[in-house]
Ligand binder design. Structure first.
Ligand SMILES: NC(=O)c1ccc[n+]([C@@H]2O[C@H](COP(=O)([O-])OP(=O)(O)OC[C@H]3O[C@@H](n4cnc5c(N)ncnc54)[C@H](OP(=O)(O)O)[C@@H]3O)[C@@H](O)[C@H]2O)c1
Length: 328
């Protein structure tokens, strides 16, 4: 029987998500990798317990996380059933639809048909009556935005999701989506986007300002650039790493030039008394514009190390300038 750490809420910091009533932990756990049917179930259980013990209340999924598609949701459902069900009301569970999920014209993109059917399937796989957040996973230029947003709004109205989210939407599309949702009396809770020291498109696009203006939060995925912004690859490419095991991170992208930059960032982190993973997360949250960083992990120890960053989110101007000059 699992008993969560009694001090879990003292350990974590929470921030209001946009102008909503929801507080998100500054660090959330995503189940994109390492929760599929090919992975070890006991390790998944330990990771979810470790996260929850640390005060991480938010768990992020999508219909097609695995492999195989759907298996991360199934495994998360098994973990809930095993010993986490009593804590359901202490959790924010999200899922998404927007990428390819099933064959034929109705298992991809942004139609009302796809979103509603997909959420029904996700709820079955997880054994849930509702998710807390349901996202449209990526913009679909072929489907009228009104159709996609009205589907999200109706899903919230049906009670199958409590809040609506969008993911990978740029500033312009976020503004439009928020407007349509507002007209349907459904606030946009948050946008889930890629943002880290190596990938700053949200700053250049003005998305951070837009989220603030429309009253939405922002949660950043791949904050460690899938492990590149840690010490994982500084002494070669480990056999059990994502770069060796998964085609989403190619070994060929780990060039000597990139690794030299990462090594110099690692020195700055050491000077701050942090690991590079901690500094990479702190850099994103150094201002309160980002609600939460959405990490992945392959083992519980990574989660334990990563939450330590919360004790130092301050950067000197010199540190920020040095980081920028390394990555210029
Ligand atoms: N909305 C979207 O389109 C979208 C897209 C991508 C991701 N996401 C969400 O964001 C979540 C996180 O994405 P991500 O997994 O790419 O995030 P990430 O945090 O950038 O990368 C996680 C990986 O970094 C390595 N790592 C983590 N902590 C470490 C540490 N302390 N030291 C060394 N290595 C460490 C591990 O890789 P190893 O396997 O090598 O140990 C881990 O699997 C996903 O699960 C998903 O929920 C959403």
């Amino acid at each position: 029987m699992y008993t969560p750490a009694s001090d879990r809420y003292e350990k974590m910091k929470y921030l209001r998500c946009g102008k909503s009533g929801i507080l998100l932990p500054r660090i959330s756990l995503g189940l994109w990798h390492n929760f599929g049917s090919v992975d070890r179930f006991e390790n998944m259980v330990e990771m979810v317990h470790t996260a929850f013990d640390a005060g991480i209340t938010h768990f992020d999924l999508a219909n097609n996380y695995g492999p195989v598609y759907g298996s991360a949701e199934e495994n998360f459902g098994r973990i809930l059933e095993r010993d986490m069900r009593p804590f359901r009301d202490e959790m924010i569970i999200s899922t998404k639809a927007g990428y390819d999920m099933w064959p034929g014209p109705y298992g991809d993109h942004g139609s009302r048909k796809y979103l509603i059917a997909s959420l029904d399937q996700s709820l079955k796989r997880m054994g849930l009556d509702y998710v807390d957040i349901f996202y449209h996973h990526r913009p679909d230029p072929e489907t009228p935005l009104e159709e996609t947003m009205e589907a999200l709004s109706d899903i919230v109205r049906s009670g199958k999701a409590l809040y609506a989210g969008i993911s990978n939407y740029n500033s312009e599309d976020t503004r439009k989506a928020a407007e349509i949702l507002r007209a349907n009396h459904t606030p946009l809770l948050l946008n889930q986007v890629n943002y880290n020291m190596l990938d700053r498109w949200t700053e250049e696009d003005g998305l951070q300002d837009t989220c603030e203006e429309v009253g939405a939060g922002m949660i950043c995925f791949s904050p460690l650039a899938q492990g590149v912004l840690t010490d994982r690859y500084l002494k070669g490419i480990p056999e059990d790493s994502r770069a060796k095991r998964n085609f989403f991170l190619h070994e060929s992208s780990l060039t000597p030039e990139l690794l030299d930059k990462v090594s110099r960032l690692n020195d700055i982190a050491a000077g701050r008394g942090q690991t590079l993973a901690e500094m990479s997360l702190a850099w994103i949250l150094r201002r309160d514009r980002v609600t939460s960083v959405l990490i992945g992990a392959s083992r519980p120890e990574q989660i334990l190390t990563n939450v330590k960053f919360l004790s130092n989110l301050e950067f000197t101007d010199d540190e920020l300038a040095e980081i920028d000059s390394i990555l210029a």
